[in-house]
Design a protein around this ligand. Structure first.
Ligand code: NAD
Length: 498
């Protein structure tokens, strides 16, 4: 059995870990490896290594840092397929989807390659006679990233390229369910010339996470995962005096107006709900049809959902893979049953799907539930599987009210050919990321990504300009160089200008 080790101080290591967790191949249902689970002593070793290496890295010139980032960018690009296949094997998503994830991560690396521009400070000349003021930003020190299973490359890359470009050292605690890609990324950082200790990977469960949250040597924590854990991380790490951004779960609605093209809408709704088996924080899980035409939309969506090709991620003909674990499969199928029992109509039922030759895989087929109402569990819970619930509303304002009553506020979309309806929607919804005829509106790397309400705890969205601000802190310098022209002379009132 292959054992997946930590990466500390520039090399793989078991450190003091003896506990392990299984790593499954979701398409076969077989265990393919075991991953070490760090003890607090291992976290301490990684953080100390990061502290030591971070001191020198923070003093390393911008041009040297940039060279490392460009080299890393090239290496990730060259190893994209290896990363994607590793993701497919452990997460289950299809390779083409995994390649897309690597590409979106790479775009954050490219953003971070421009760090000299992003770290430029401000300068005000002669604010008082002979006095100048300027500001610049410095790294925080050691930053930790704690990440979910569903994007094992992209989500950590929302964090570490920006943090490292800013001059920080990084300790990543990836999901223990698909940990291998993070070790490949660590190797690529080393090959790119990043000094040992600046990027570390510590695998683990709650024990490792708590050790990170409580460690004096960790200055900031970026978390992405489910809402209950995001809330917990935010509370515990802020209590420990750290800077925290904690991105949580989602229930993303797509509103369909009667003037939208049904063919376009149904194509995009099915792809956005079923892609990656619905295991995306930006997946569309609720479609809200407004006014007449709902039946036509449901019929088109159901027909297309039933045709999605489900199979192993490594099979090029698959459009959708398995879900992450047997427990996830059972939870999702249980929720579908509850939906039916609570009165929803099963337009497409993905339960009981089998894939020939992969009988023990963790399969759930595309599922469409119609006539869903806001009280039902399938509407209230984040299902995180290939299940689309269709809710009906009378007006666009009713649809907006429904979205705003939801505790989550990650992403949302509207399908319409009316500019004024779209504008009413974009201004009215209490959601961080909005798509207009774009069902999965993940912002480009040079914007920041983040939801509202229970989808984000803390002030900062991730990557983009807010990422740079999160991973740095400002200094403002007021300077005077006394000379013959402007002799120094102290006064006893509070400093003012002259
Ligand atoms: P999760 O919350 O179970 O796990 C996330 C991380 O927290 C993992 O590293 C895990 O080891 C750790 N963790 C789990 N339980 C813990 C505990 N009790 N104490 C301390 N640490 C713990 O999430 P997941 O199942 O891996 O990922 C799916 C969730 O992530 C979904 O809710 C999804 O919406 C969310 N997500 C959100 C975004 C976003 O940008 N908002 C992006 C991706 C995923």
């Amino acid at each position: 059995m292959r054992t997946i080790e930590h990466w500390i101080d520039g090399k793989p290591t078991a450190a003091e870990s003896t506990r392990t967790a299984p790593v499954w191949n979701p398409a076969t249902g077989q265990q393919q490896a075991e991953v070490l689970l760090a003890e607090p002593a291992d976290v301490d070793t990684a953080v100390r290594s990061a502290q030591q290496a971070g001191l020198a890295w923070a003093q390393t010139s911008l041009s040297t840092r940039t060279k490392v980032l460009f080299a890393f960018r090239d290496l990730v690009s060259r190893h994209a397929r290896e990363l994607a296949e590793t993701i497919a094997d452990e997460h289950g998503k299809v390779v083409s989807d995994a390649l897309g994830e690597v590409q979106r991560g790479l775009e954050v690396v490219e953003f971070a390659c421009g760090i000299p521009q992003l770290l430029k400070g401000e300068y005000s000349d002669q604010v008082s006679t002979g006095v100048d003021v300027f500001s610049f930003r410095e790294p925080l020190g050691v930053v930790a990233g704690i990440t979910p299973f569903n994007f094992p490359v992209m989500v950590p890359m929302w964090m570490h390229p920006v943090a490292i470009a800013c001059g920080n050292a990084f300790v990543l605690k990836p999901s223990e369910r698909d940990p291998s890609a993070s070790v490949i990324v660590a190797r690529l950082w080393a090959e790119a010339g990043l000094p040992d200790g600046v990027f570390n990977v510590v695998h683990g469960d709650k024990t490792a996470v708590d050790a990170i949250l409580d460690h004096d040597g960790v200055d900031a924590v970026s978390f992405v995962g489910s809402t209950p854990i995001a809330r917990y991380i935010h509370e515990r790490a802020t209590m420990a005096g750290k800077r925290v951004q904690a991105l949580g779960g989602a229930k993303n609605h797509a509103v369909v107006l009667p003037d939208a093209d049904v063919d376009y809408v149904s194509d995009h709704l099915v792809a956005a709900a079923m892609g990656s088996a619905g295991e995306r924080c930006m997946a569309i899980s609720a479609a809200v049809t407004v006014g007449d035409g709902a039946d036509e939309v449901v019929e088109a969506v159901a027909a297309k959902a039933a045709e999605v090709r489900v199979g192993p991620g490594r099979d090029d003909s698959s459009e959708m893979g398995p879900v992450i674990t047997a427990a996830a499969r059972d939870r999702i199928t249980g929720l579908i049953a509850t939906g039916e029992a609570q009165g929803a109509r099963l337009a497409v039922d993905g339960r009981g799907l089998t894939v020939p030759g992969h009988d023990a895989g963790f399969w759930v087929g595309p599922t469409v539930l119609d006539q869903v109402t806001p009280e039902m569990d399938v509407y209230r819970e984040e299902i995180f599987g290939p299940v689309l619930s269709v809710v009906r509303a009378d007006t666009v304002d009713d649809a907006i009210a429904l979205i705003n009553a939801n505790p989550y506020g990650n992403g949302t979309a509207i399908f319409t050919s009316s500019g004024s309806a779209a504008r009413r929607f974009q201004r009215g919804v209490q959601v961080g990321m909005i798509g207009i005829n774009v069902p999965i509106p993940v912002p480009m790397a040079y914007y920041s990504f983040g939801g509202w309400k229970d989808s984000l705890f803390g002030q900062s969205h991730i990557h983009g300009p807010e990422g740079v601000a999160f991973y740095t802190r400002a200094k403002v310098v007021t300077s005077r160089w006394p000379s013959v022209d402007h002799p120094a002379g102290a006064s006893y009132h509070f400093p003012t200008t002259s």
